[in-house]
Design a protein around this ligand. Structure first.
Ligand SMILES: Cc1cc2nc3c(=O)[nH]c(=O)nc-3n(C[C@H](O)[C@H](O)[C@H](O)COP(=O)(O)OP(=O)(O)OC[C@H]3O[C@@H](n4cnc5c(N)ncnc54)[C@H](O)[C@@H]3O)c2cc1C
Length: 338
């Protein structure tokens, strides 16, 4: 394993931001990680753990060591009457894992089709889409402590998964390299097609016999029509998380904005789509220099070409401020700001 210097991160982030890494190393095995941890360069520099770079905004050059995790491998560990237990290493591309499951007939991740990135990053924010989250199938996460080299296995409960949240984003931020994720997949599918346009798309596709392949195809169809393809237009998906407000605050807002979509939560609080708030502030499709919120989905900020990380960061902060001024609601980035 080679440690390189002054490497452009442009090919390694879906925003297509040009930023330099002072040092860059790619790890393909656990042994590579151990070897890297023994290097003085590892100890002396701050680290950035990199997967597919689809959930980060590089706001400046990275003055430290970027560790690109590329550990391959998917393995069926065991099965019982109702489940398959599968171990997937961090470097596997998430959608390749989903396709592998569909091919084998292992159910549970089909709604998460086409989410960019790698398996190792999926627990970080408990990826979710179309009514399903990683936490619904994840049973454990293996990780290496960056500072001590200790290998730790976290149960799903230890990971404290929440809406785009986990223990790795807060208490253990920058402390672990996730190496493997363990899943429990269903032998008997439990279809979840009630969310968004999934049911309508299946009808449109004239699917009469529901299957995990059909659900995956429908999700791929919807995503491809709604979201800009990062290979064509740089972006990192939803830039902001949907905010949650108190019931009283929501009532107050609905009196003023009767058409505001809102989703009551089991806690009594109410979730509001950040995309709607941003759109109401007039941002949808607005171009600011080389960046702007996408014309079809205001929640997605795009790089029209040549945008700097700082430029996109500034736009995000302006959007955040205008939502706060108009609605008194704070929206926060889902994307990791580096
Ligand atoms: C077009 C588009 C659509 C998207 N749609 C969705 C969606 O529907 N739902 C959703 O939840 N997300 C979505 N995302 C966001 C993104 O795909 C996910 O967050 C994904 O899990 C990021 O994976 P990655 O490998 O690219 O992570 P990266 O961007 O490389 O990293 C993200 C964070 O995880 C850390 N990290 C990465 N790998 C490891 C590791 N092995 N160990 C420890 N830390 C690590 C990084 O340091 C960083 O903080 C979308 C993104 C795009 C571009």
């Amino acid at each position: 394993m080679e440690v390189k210097s002054n490497i452009s991160l442009l090919p390694f982030n879906t925003f297509h931001i040009e930023a330099l890494a002072k040092y860059f190393a790619e790890v393909n095995t656990i042994e590579d990680i151990a070897a890297l941890q023994n290097e003085s360069l590892f100890k002396e520099n701050k680290k950035l753990i990199l997967g597919g770079g689809s959930n980060m905004l590089l706001t400046k050059d990275f003055d430290g060591l970027v560790v690109k995790v590329s550990i391959p491998g998917i393995e069926l560990e065991r099965e019982d009457l109702h489940h398959y237990y599968v171990k997937v290493n961090a470097g596997v591309v998430w959608h390749q894992f989903v396709l592998w499951c569909i091919d084998k007939g292992y159910a549970g991740v089909e709604n998460l089709s086409l989410i960019p990135g790698q398996v190792g990053a999926a627990p970080m924010q408990n990826i979710g889409a179309y009514g399903v989250e990683l936490k619904d199938t994840c049973v454990a996460v293996e990780a290496i402590n960056i500072n001590t080299g200790e290998q730790v296995k976290f149960s799903a409960a230890d990971c404290e998964f929440g809406y785009r949240e986990s223990v790795f984003k807060h208490r253990y931020k920058d402390e672990f390299i996730i190496t493997t994720v363990h899943f429990r997949l269903n032998k008997e599918p439990r279809f979840n097609v009630s969310y968004g346009d999934v049911k309508a798309t299946l009808d449109e596709m004239k699917v009469f016999d529901l299957s995990i392949k059909a659900v995956s195809d429908a999700v791929v169809k919807i995503r491809s029509s709604k979201l800009p393809d990062p290979a064509v237009l740089g972006n990192a998906g939803s830039f902001f998380k949907n905010p949650t407000v108190s019931f009283e605050k929501c009532k107050e807002l609905i009196e003023k904005y009767p058409l505001m979509p809102n989703y009551p939560q089991p806690t009594g609080d109410v979730k509001i789509p950040a995309g709607w708030l941003i759109e109401q502030c007039g941002w949808k499709g607005k171009r600011v220099g080389n960046t702007g919120p996408h014309a079809k989905q205001a929640l997605v900020l795009v790089n029209y070409g040549g945008a700097t990380g700082h430029e996109i960061y500034q736009l995000a902060m302006d959007i955040k401020q205008s939502v706060l001024d108009k609605f008194g609601v704070e929206i926060n980035p889902e994307v990791n700001l580096i």
